[in-house]
Design a protein around this ligand. Sequence first.
Ligand code: LLP
Length: 437
Amino acid sequence: MSVNQLLKPVTLEYKKNINIGGCDLVELAKKYGTPLYVIDESTIRSICKDYKEAFKDYNNIKMMYASKALCTMATSKILSDEGFGFDVVSAGEIYTVYKSGTDMSKVLFNGNNKSRREIELAIDLNVGRFSVDNFYEAELLNNIADEKGVTVDILLRITPGIECHTHNYIQTGQIDSKFGFDLVQIDKIVEIINTEYKNLNLKGLHAHIGSQIFELQSFYDEVEILVKEIARINEKFSLKLDEMNIGGGLGVKYTEKDEPPKVCDLAKVVTDAMHKYSVDIPTIYLEPGRSIISTSGVTLYTVGSSKLASNGHKYFAVDGGMADNPRPSMYQAEYAAEVANYSDAKNREKEKLTLVGRYCESGDILINEIELPKLETGDILCIYNTGAYNYSMSSNYNRVEKPAMVLVNNSQSDMIVYRETLEDLISHDSIPDRLRK
Ligand code: LLP
């Protein structure tokens, strides 16, 4: 078992109430309020160990964490302590990992439309690699590097033409994609870099085929394409590219029916493909996001109103919803939940219900059909596997304050993201003087 195959954090215990990281979830809800994101430090460290252990026999492995899954200073600090670098895609992510004390040479700047400001910031903070996504960016990056009198190390983002089985919106490796150079365009950009862009130092190729992937064959195919492309380019252009970034994408277990592969099976597929095709073994970069952080996170909500529709459909509403977790409404994502005041609820009769949020949209459904002990107003619900792409995709829809996030470990809880206040909500607003008259 690796941690991405677990539905719940590794430290979870059923006591009077559910405990995570030695902390009673009902007590946390009382202390910090709800909705509340809770992140279990041991679970993050355990999955990092799973990855490091799985790839330990492959010497040239560089572990990066895809910050887009969850980017806070505290979680970045934990991941750098574990030896991870970072895949970042914005000035905000660059700044957050920088401020957390990360060694910036271990940071890779990704993205399909990096702005001049972002590129300048990345160069000024000595970000280690740029993954160049398109012709426009290559020219812009070369110009900025030239103005600053530096040479930057780059990978080229390619779309390897792999269609993995996941939700359409989170597939990224197929030919008709907004990301990267396809295999027909790659020689042209290598040629231009070789002959014109003296401030770009081409180190290798980068691909990312999608997210929440369960089929390891897709990774095998991806590595095969990258290895062959690197060998072909080296031969054709007399280059020595020796780095390949295979992106992220390993799936996690959101509900009992999900069966994501083990990290060590991913490692086996990747290294098998490498050894089969590669003469000179390149450095491999991995940049998982979801599989590193998802299982460590749960969200606590308080149950409020309920409604029995005339057709017999039972709804229960909690105090959060699509603004703190947009995934069900965006991707029809499914989640599992339990009542955190566990022994209280355990002996109640069970019933099927739909768990909805408090936002003004019919689509604000957190869990479409779930069987739970008969809920009562005031119960604390714990939704599992919300560490990835929840807070990072959250919004202030309906002008609701974003929840707090606490880190739990060894019976200690620390606030790592403060709950927004009403003052925070208006702090960026301004009424023009002419309207004040
Ligand atoms: N590298 C690149 C270039 C990526 O675009 C991504 C994710 C990753 C790494 C990390 O992939 P992961 O290991 O997390 O699967 N918001 C969607 C997921 C979008 C993923 C975008 N790219 C969701 O909530 O399912």
